[in-house]
Design a protein around this ligand. Structure first.
Ligand code: CA
Length: 225
């Protein structure tokens, strides 16, 4: 893999470079955020090891810029010990994982392996189940060649069920996934939205895609996967 290391402390940068090269990675080492951004934008990088405290542009700002311009490479962030605020900010900015310094080098290698494994197997963007085709990128749902007209909440609910097609989803899990933990949504709201959704995706077409699991939740049938 080609790994971009952005680290301003010379000793740490050298340890990272040497260790990664020993594992047969190609390493580009830069010492500040601006140089790091340039390298990330111009090179075909497989992963970035990104220090948070950097001159010119912090690791957090850099991650935010990369994500806002559509760069998807895995980012492993390095933070000072106990810098909980940095960790939260870094993950929010688009880092995929973090390590606190000091860290064991084999842990860093394992984290990088895990991140790049995940990146190499992107989840299918377009979802198929029960004769339905849902494309999250363009917010469209089709059944056969008919485009279905769903509200935002109906769409999110259907996407939630389709990502778990063939598995039972508890009402509580649906509330957390569709409305979020901070919303005060009750089980009967879920039932009401399921009714709305069924009226659009099922009733005109015959066989029911969504089944009720009495007293628990719902399951979207998984016929065409
Ligand atoms: Ca630093």
């Amino acid at each position: 893999m080609w790994i971009l290391v952005i680290e301003d402390e010379p000793a740490m940068g050298d340890i990272l470079r040497r260790g990664l090269e020993e594992e047969n990675h190609t390493v580009t080492l830069v010492r500040d955020g601006i140089e790091g951004l340039r390298a990330a934008e111009t090179c075909e990088i497989d992963a970035i090891v990104l220090d948070v405290m950097l001159p010119e542009l912090s690791g957090i700002e850099l991650a935010r810029i990369l994500r806002s311009t559509g760069r998807q490479m895995p980012i492993l962030m390095l933070t000072a010990r106990d810098a909980a605020a940095d960790i939260v900010k870094g993950l929010d900015a688009g880092a995929d994982d973090y390590l606190t310094k000091p860290f064991a080098f084999d842990v860093l290698l394992a984290r990088l392996r895990a991140l790049t494994r995940r990146a190499a197997r992107p989840t299918a963007r377009v979802l198929h189940a029960s004769g339905l085709v849902l494309d999250p990128d363009v917010r469209q749902v089709r059944r056969g060649d008919r485009l279905l007209d769903l509200t935002l909440t109906e769409f999110r609910l259907l996407e939630f069920l389709m990502r778990r097609a063939g598995r039972v989803c508890a009402r509580t899990a649906i509330i957390d996934g569709v409305w979020g933990l901070e919303q005060d949504v009750k089980g009967n709201t879920v039932d009401a939205f399921i009714r709305l959704l069924r009226a659009k995706i099922d009733e005109p077409y015959g066989p029911s895609a969504i089944e009720t699991v009495r007293g628990f939740g719902y399951i979207l049938r998984d016929e065409d996967r």
